[in-house]
Design a protein around this ligand. Sequence first.
Ligand code: ATP
Length: 355
Amino acid sequence: MTQFDIKKMLAGYDKKNLTIATVCSHSSLQIFNGARKEGFKTLGISVGEEKRFYDAFPLGRPDEFFIVDSYKDISRYASELQEKNVIVIPHGSFVEYLGAKNFLKLNLPTFGNRKVLLWESDRKRERQWLESAGLTMPREIKDPTKIDKPVIVKYHGAKGGKGFFIAKTYDEFIKRVDKDKPYIIQEFVMGTRYYLHYFYSPIQNNAYKLSKGSLQLLSMDRRDETTIDEVQRLGSIAELEEIGIHPTFVVTGNIPIVMRESLLPEVFRMGAAVVEKSLELFGGVIGSFCLETVVTEELKFKVFEISARIVAGTNPYISGSPYSELIQPDLSTGRRIAQEIKYANKRGLLHEILS
Ligand code: ATP
């Protein structure tokens, strides 16, 4: 979608009655709660029926449910949603359920820059972006016979770490790999994991200043992954592997975390470099994004992934994090998104943050 399209579409909107919408999953409770705090109406897109558990969370429940037959069909309802002055907040599940192609074609104003998807969903381009920004990524092993240290094998498009496995030797690799699915082999980085939640505004200059706009750090989390994070309750990984039990990396939740303060300058350096490069490559990674990192014992960051929208790791911070508290009390990522839309709307800048 071009900027011209977005401007034209917004021209038909009643700007005093914008509705914040997303798919009922992932971080939707937080998004609806944040939008509500900023005075927006909210709409939850759901398949088949209203989700009952929202009744138990009145401050996270959307004002209105919009029921569809299947997420892939959301495009069919675009004009109905436009009449409700809907602005879509994409999250990981939103893009996953809809499919990248449908998402790119979705005829609705969407928070953030959709062009980022082309750089983020292709592992080669993702590496090109992050490495050209000066970030260090885990080494990639092209020839599996050269495996001489622990590696992690990642299948393409596997969301939430499903199917990934660790191998320490070529033999282990060959025993476990499914060659029918495309995969990459990456150095398994030893260290502690930090998932850093940034917010980039191209239109506000009140935070860490960049060539255009400014950058905030709202929070950070560590993912809770089954079975790797608790498997040791049963025995060492080596013992378990001997009897054919292999650890898996399926995300089941998120744990709040705070980093030693001396690492914060590097956190901002990395975030800033990623944004500056994104401005050059495709017009900018706008709004929330997350760098998924491992900090080694030399206190160096290795970045194994970028997620270019709100991540579920922000969910523990619905009433603020130890970082966002230093920006404004009670500031979640969901609320920050709503604030950005409100700010842009007041100044006629919505086209700068929506695509
Ligand atoms: P998502 O898209 O949901 O972020 P994904 O399926 O693309 O997930 P990754 O985030 O790349 O998967 O990896 C899943 C998990 O595997 C990570 O959360 C982390 O625990 C572990 N992991 C990934 N890469 C590495 C690495 N190079 N070294 C050590 N652990 C890793």
